[in-house]
Design a protein around this ligand. Sequence first.
Ligand SMILES: Cc1ncc(CO)c(N)n1
Length: 238
Amino acid sequence: MDGGGVAPTTTASWLARHREMYKRATRHPFTVSIRDGTVDLAAFKRWLGQDYMFVQEFVAFLASVLLKCCKQSESSDMEIILGGLASLSDELSWFKKEAAKWSVDLAGVSPLSSNMEYRRFLQSFGEPEISYTVAITTFWIIETVYQDSFAFCIEEGNKTPPELLGTCQRWGSPEFKQYCQALQQITDRCLANAPSDAVKSAEEAFLRVLDLEVGFWDMSSPERQQNPQKPSTVQLLE
Ligand SMILES: Cc1ncc(CO)c(N)n1
């Protein structure tokens, strides 16, 4: 119980229990190097091309989440998820403009292994067996990792290069934070009404996303890609 005697929500308890893993995902050397102005622009360009490919897969993932929502949940959830799906159209246009600015040929980008692993994970949500609770939890933490990572790059005292501020503001903005908080409220409502096996699966998905996000940031720098894959947290739990 916190000082006010209110039990923490499930997502708050996970963020506390797995704070080290969460920090590895949201204070990664790549995003910290953006904040302190030492980022290697080749790493940024590699991230840009790979994230464009991720977002292309994210569209289908979000459609899967929306379908699961429509089959069982409240219409207010549907409108929030639909808003996220609709925003991806503008996001893909943003990637194309940003790639042109940095002379990144998106047509010539192929997914690196960490991206292919993440995309396979997203594709698995097309399976009807995966519950809406697990799907909305996954959507919430995917968005929250980016919001927290890039908010850090535009916080007081940052030395983020001016030419990268647009990228950081895209995901680091207070408006996107509000959107992530809305997703967190939906997630906690679903978890509070879910059977224990669904809650366990949702926590495993939460940890899997953190692991995949670390791998995704690692991909931006070749030297970090070569690190042997340590067992992911979920594998350790199995
Ligand atoms: C890898 C990754 N995670 C999260 C987001 C946020 O949508 C993104 N664009 N890319």
